[in-house]
Design a protein around this ligand. Structure first.
Ligand code: ATP
Ligand code: MG
Length: 414
């Protein structure tokens, strides 16, 4: 089948909320190997919504609509489906009773506007919503199978899995395949350099395909293969993955769910070591990143945010004289912060970050980042110059700090 997705809501057009429903549905359709080449967003306007549904139903096998099923006047999906299908609106006595019961259980009087949720286009089936009040809808418009799901993501996701995906898989006329993808994570080279190293693989690839994604200073490569079953898709990805790993060598640090945080925590865990952080310009972002991983407490001991010179002295034991001599953004101070973290946090591995996030320079030019890592075997310090605004510099510095820990543990420093 060929599936399209239509997200309804003026707030999506205005950028007030992000269309995560579209992303979620796209991901699920891909996992199920269902053909999916187009998505759209339409505001809360009856004419345009009706038109969008009618047009889409004419060209595609299935349409998934999200949003606009609520009780208020601007929830227009039901009306638009009637218009696109050329059918009357019906009222479900049964669903009205259920709605009244739901409200009674909450000890509240149901506002009359909620009766809208008991309405359905003639010929449509109502899909129960166990997490909310708006039922979903399923109907055919011409030869197109149309589903309408609530906009609230948690409600939509449950109903997608329960009603929509099984129906679409059943609807499929045999051209269905399985899609398998592998994410290779790299750090240390620019996107253009990575692309250059893989140029011939990229241009020659149709199945598997290769895509580049840059985020937070890392370059990710997504290899995607479509085949009749998972084993065949894996077999198609294998040789391309091996060739890419061979060419990129140490630039590849993980695959799929192996993020830099999990790689760092696992490397420490294997050695029976604990890690701690001493942060100035990242203000706790390194600690936040590591504690975002479930089970981090076995490995991550804690972090100290030492922003001013006096706190670097008091909390980390970085001598005021050292700061006076070299400045807060210096290799000497970064190393002393790492030593202080080992000492004060009782850890074997410490990472320290100091720098100038901008926009105004602090000691050094904005974008200067100095990262020190101390392990039981050695200390290392790296100075980077990161481009971009304050937010970007802090994000990239956080990623870079974690990678410096990985490199310190991998390159025999430890
Ligand atoms: P409700 O019964 O809650 O009104 P609804 O079907 O009418 O549900 P909307 O009113 O369109 O849905 O959206 C409800 C909320 O769901 C929005 O305020 C928003 O937070 C979220 N939402 C709607 N559409 C999307 C979307 N495409 N992606 C992510 N979140 C969405
Ligand atoms: Mg609504």
């Amino acid at each position: 089948v060929n599936v399209e997705v239509l997200a309804v809501g003026t707030e999506l057009l205005l950028g007030q909320i992000i269309n995560t429903n579209g992303a979620h549905i796209g991901g699920r359709l891909a996992e199920f190997g269902l053909g999916h080449y187009r998505q759209a967003v339409v505001g809360d306007n009856l004419e345009r919504l009706t038109e969008a549904i009618r047009e889409t139903a004419e060209r595609t096998d299935a349409l998934i609509i999200t949003g606009g099923l609520g009780p208020t006047q601007d929830d227009l999906t039901r009306e638009a489906m009637c218009g696109a299908a050329g059918v009357e609106m019906r009222h479900s006595e049964e669903y009205e009773d259920q709605l009244r019961e739901m409200w009674a259980r909450r000890g509240r009087q149901m506002p009359a506007s909620n009766l809208r949720q008991a309405q359905f286009p003639d010929g449509a089936e109502m899909l129960p919503n166990h997490k909310g009040t708006a039922p979903g809808l399923r109907m055919r418009i011409g030869s197109c199978l149309v589903f309408a799901l609530p906009g609230v993501p948690e409600e939509m996701e449950v109903m997608l899995d329960r009603f929509v995906l099984p129906a679409l898989v059943g609807e499929d006329r045999g051209e269905r395949g399985v899609i398998v993808s592998r994410l290779l994570r790299t750090w240390g080279e620019s996107e253009s350099r990575v692309a250059e190293l893989l140029a011939d693989i990229y241009s020659g690839s149709t199945n598997p395909t290769l895509a580049f994604l840059a985020s937070g200073g890392e370059i990710k490569l997504r290899l995607t293969a479509r085949a009749t079953d998972a084993a065949a898709a894996e077999a198609a990805i294998g040789p391309m993955e091996a060739e890419i790993r061979d060419r990129l060598g140490g630039l590849v640090f993980g695959a799929d769910a192996e993020t830099i945080e999990t790689v760092v925590l696992d490397a420490c865990r294997r050695r029976g070591w604990r890690i701690g952080a001493a942060e100035s310009m990242t203000g706790g972002l390194v600690a936040a990143a590591l504690t975002g991983v479930p089970g981090a407490s076995e490995v991550f001991a804690g972090g100290i945010v030492a922003y001013t010179a006096s706190v670097k002295d008091a909390a980390l034991g970085v001598p005021a004289s050292l700061i006076a001599e070299h400045g807060q953004v210096s290799a000497e101070v970064a190393l002393a912060m790492a030593d202080g973290a080992v000492d004060r946090l009782g850890v074997q591995v410490a990472v320290a970050v100091t720098g100038s996030a901008g926009p105004d320079p602090l000691d050094r030019e904005a974008g200067t980042v100095i990262i020190a890592v101390r392990t039981p075997a050695a200390s290392r310090v790296r100075e980077l110059m990161l481009p971009g605004d304050r937010e970007r510099v802090r994000t990239y510095a956080t990623t870079a700090a974690l990678h410096q820990v990985r490199l310190a543990l991998a390159q025999g420093d430890a």
